[in-house]
Design a protein around this ligand. Structure first.
Ligand code: ADP
Ligand code: ADP
Length: 225
């Protein structure tokens, strides 16, 4: 479904990705794990069209998307849950979701997508008219995920969804990710929390200072000393 080939990205003189290659098969959860600064977010930003690589290919369903602007990437079926529970804190839950609906959607389609998100996140439904900034950290993360689902992505990119959350909530976020996957959405999951990521992924890649140093099934990676 997604095939990243020899991707290079640098921020000025800072080399963040030095030629990484990996792939995501349709239907899977693939984990991209690594320490802080390894290049995980940079990878997702490149796939999302928010950054453009200096060289390399990002093939999505056989077509290179590395030069597309972000809205075209969303239209193609890829959606990002950004790092750090980004929500529009002065907008309500409902307004945040509408922001995720993106272009060319009718009111009926938007309503239907909102209902779909509320079916999955009943806590958000109860708080639909509350300002996002007043939600708990876990609820904000759910809202960020819900907003990404508004465009009905085929591939969901998740950037450290467990960051800064209490262990119980981490469990909850990961089981939500698993449910989303089981209902047909492929997931590329970026995590520092290797243990949790490997518990739900089929395949995994380990990133270290801009290079992939290990790859295999989640089981192989988990058993690697
Ligand atoms: P990770 O998501 O794995 O923590 P990042 O992709 O955020 O890693 O960062 C990879 C490297 O790029 C790091 O060395 C980081 O300091 C650097 N970097 C990230 N964002 C910027 C930026 N906006 N400007 C300059 N350097 C950056
Ligand atoms: P605050 O109350 O912290 O000042 P705001 O209500 O002004 O925050 O904005 C909410 C946050 O959403 C900001 O941190 C803003 O940077 C962030 N943001 C900006 N663009 C996006 C986006 N595309 N998706 C999600 N969050 C975004």
């Amino acid at each position: 479904m997604l095939c990243v080939e020899n991707l290079h990205y640098s921020y000025g003189t800072i080399n963040a990705l030095s030629g990484i290659s990996f792939q995501v098969n349709e239907g899977e959860i693939v984990a991209l794990i690594g320490a802080n600064g390894a290049g995980k977010s940079t990878t997702l930003l490149n796939i999302s069209g928010l950054l453009h690589p200096q060289s390399g290919l990002i093939k999505y369903q056989g077509v290179d998307i590395s030069k597309l602007p972000p809205h075209k990437v969303v239209e193609a079926g890829i959606s990002l849950v950004p790092e750090g529970r980004r929500v529009f804190s002065r907008m309500t839950v409902l307004e945040n979701l509408v922001m995720g609906a993106y272009l060319k959607k009718s009111r009926v389609e938007i309503k239907e997508s909102i209902e779909r998100v509320f079916d999955r996140f009943t806590r958000l439904k109860e708080r639909r008219n509350q300002l996002a900034g007043t939600l708990s950290g876990g609820e904000q993360q759910m809202l960020a995920i819900g907003r990404a689902l508004m465009s009905k992505p085929k591939l969901l990119l998740m950037d450290e969804p467990s960051m800064g959350l209490a262990p119980m909530l981490v469990q909850e976020i990961f089981s939500i990710a698993k449910e989303i996957n089981q209902s047909g959405t492929t997931i590329l999951l970026v995590e520092q929390n290797a243990y949790m990521a490997l518990s739900i992924a089929q395949h995994a890649y380990v990133l270290e200072t801009g290079a992939i140093v290990l790859q295999g099934t989640a089981e192989e990676i988990a058993n690697n000393p």
